[in-house]
Design a binder for this molecule. Structure first.
Ligand SMILES: [Zn+2]
Length: 309
């Protein structure tokens, strides 16, 4: 497990690369953050053209995952194309927004000055290079969302910037949390451990299941708070527990999207649910990742439609 110096497969610059297990190497890059990658991917990525030429998008994903202190993303030849296409539609204002979110994340208090390093921080705005990143810095300054002392790489979010972030965060569009509502029965544990949790994690989100959180003082308040903070919910109605339907209904009322699941062959569902019938745990993970991607694409389309009006 000794760390070796090596080349980052995402940005081609110096990084620490070490053997993680028989399948993966662990990469720690000052630009792209920490992630796992298979040997064949490390060999394959640098020479590839076409969609893989946009591997800087993966740098953005892995860097944000690291900044959010989530479990490292596992990259392999079979999943990188999907990840790239998920994020390739990010527009100019999306990228400027990512940079502002980063300054917010690093601000210890309102008015704090946050040091930005052009050479290592460009992936936080999903940029291909320092030149593109400099443009988003200028974008935020000229939009008066941040202030910057002349010639100093120190950014401060302005009152307009905070107001803009509040507005933007109202529907949790940048939340990394996915609340999982399901029956806490041993028979469903494999569906969570081997299906839902890995699927949510591999899509770049952090799955929250309330019985797995320690120190829950008052379960109802905790559930309500976690649902409010979630980007969306995964709801498995197998077993038809009233609390599961309550949690889904509460989220829908807040405008938070719900992805429905039910074990194949389970009793008739309550309500007319758009659902995925699932037989195997493997297909559960695959289907959920697909559902997340379709959902994210829909969101992007909706936003583009709104912006073009
Ligand atoms: Zn890198």
């Amino acid at each position: 497990m000794a760390a070796e110096s090596g080349k980052c497969p995402l940005c081609d610059k110096n990084a620490s690369v070490s053997s993680y297990n028989s399948a993966y190497d662990s990469v720690a890059c000052p630009r792209c953050g920490e992630f796992l990658a298979t040997d064949d991917l490390i060999d394959f990525l640098p020479g590839m053209k076409g969609i893989f030429g946009q591997r800087y998008i993966l740098s953005g994903m892995t860097r944000w995952n690291t900044e959010r202190k989530l479990r490292p993303i596992s990259l392999m030849t079979s999943n990188v194309e999907g990840f790239i296409s998920d994020y390739s539609a990010l527009g100019v204002s999306d990228k400027a927004c990512k940079l502002l979110e980063y300054v917010k994340l690093k601000s210890r208090f309102p008015g704090d000055e946050v040091r930005i390093s052009l050479g290592t921080d460009y992936p936080v705005a999903f940029c291909n290079n320092v030149g593109e990143f400099s443009y988003y810095l200028k974008f935020l300054r000229e939009s008066r969302l941040v202030s910057q002392l002349a010639d100093q790489p120190l950014l401060t979010i302005t009152p307009e910037g905070w107001a803009w972030l509040d507005e933007h965060n109202r529907t949790n569009v940048d939340s990394s949390k996915v609340f999982v509502a399901m029956w806490f029965d041993e028979s469903l544990r494999p569906a969570y451990d081997e299906g839902i949790e890995p699927a949510v994690t591999s899509a770049g989100y952090d799955s929250v299941r309330i019985d797995l959180k320690e120190d829950v003082n008052k379960i109802d308040d905790e559930i309500i708070a976690e649902i409010r903070r979630s980007r969306f919910l995964v709801v498995d109605v197998t077993g038809h527990r009233p609390s599961v339907y309550f949690e889904a209904g509460f989220a829908i009322g807040l405008g938070i999207p719900v992805i429905w699941l039910c074990r194949k062959g389970s009793d008739e569902l309550h309500f007319d649910l758009k659902r995925q019938a699932l037989e195997e745990r493997i297909s559960l993970a695959a289907l959920l990742v697909k559902a997340l991607r379709e959902y994210l694409k829909d969101q992007r389309r909706t936003r583009e439609n709104v912006e073009s009006k």
